[in-house]
Design a protein around this ligand. Sequence first.
Ligand code: SAH
Ligand code: SF4
Length: 356
Amino acid sequence: MTPASLVPATGPAPSFFGMSRDRLRRHVLGHGVPAFRAEQMYAWVYQKHVRDPLGMTNLPRGFRESVSGICDFALPETASVHKSPDGNTHKFVLRLADGARVESVSMRTPRRLTFCISSQVGCALKCSFCATGLMGLKRNLRAHEIVAQVMTMGDHHGWRDDRFNIVYMGMGEPLANLAAVTESIRILHDERGLNLGARRVTVSTSGLVPQIEELAKLDLQVGLAISLHATTDELRDELVPVNKRWPIRMLLDAARDYSRTVGRRVTLEYTLLGGVNDSMEDADRLAEFARELPSKVNLIPYNPVPGLDWKRPSPAAVEAFAERLYPRAPAVTVRHTQGGEIWAACGQLGGLTPEA
Ligand code: SAH
Ligand code: SF4
């Protein structure tokens, strides 16, 4: 293979990170390159973590020198990395090709490393306590921009962890960008790529019922987290406006069907807002919901957003709420803050990052 034999690209080279292995095979074939070269490139990038084509030593030299013309290996620029005081959490701000910024977070606990990734720039759904919602929707992310967040964080941590989890809990509503999100999941799953098992991926949604049904049909087997946050439609209409379209009953039914189809427990996320949704009656109703389907409850004490008036409940109130749930609900975890206010939830991203 010489550079001259590579059929030249007509437009800008597409990103490597948005291509499934199958699509990459077809892509290189279209440029006159045998498909097995795509397999080799996948192994270099995702298994040996070599992104510079010149270092892909089992590819012919001429091909290595010219492949960037048909396929772009660059990741978005990392505008900044903020580290929590305890060093376990890193927040990454990525600047995309059009100048848009997205945030991703890595969180290390003694048991695992988790990457929290964004699916949109902003969000249209305007939940009343969420910083991303305040931005409105700027645009959907493309599959390569989602995969690139994982690659950036993996590079930063040196790929020393052979196991990590991915949660779609950053900026945006993943199910409002289902095509790019499912494409990114397929790329991350590929056994000859990063080989990330379905059990290691969780998608969080504020409750887009038709898309939950669609996700179940796609047979990706990923975990589902439902942002419930209220136990009455009256309150949920206010906190999560999409509830007016798909109220709690429809959402829980969709979640139950999902868990049945996929054979996994669904996570019920519940952001605790002091004096708003943290009463003992709320805990009792939440426990009832949790018992209706194979589920676990994840309590998230509200993470203050500048300009919004909600209050984080005191640690005693969080504990009282959790204690009330424990005997009644199947499984309860509390998401504790890590090293400071801004790290408590991925979901409060956006608007909090100092301009880099
Ligand atoms: N759009 C999706 C996923 C991103 S948000 C969703 O809404 O599910 C991840 C979680 O953080 C959601 O449960 C979200 O409601 C929650 N969240 C948003 N803002 C928050 C805040 N300020 N404090 C605590 N949790 C918040
Ligand atoms: Fe969007 Fe989720 Fe924020 Fe609601 S909580 S505005 S769905 S990112």
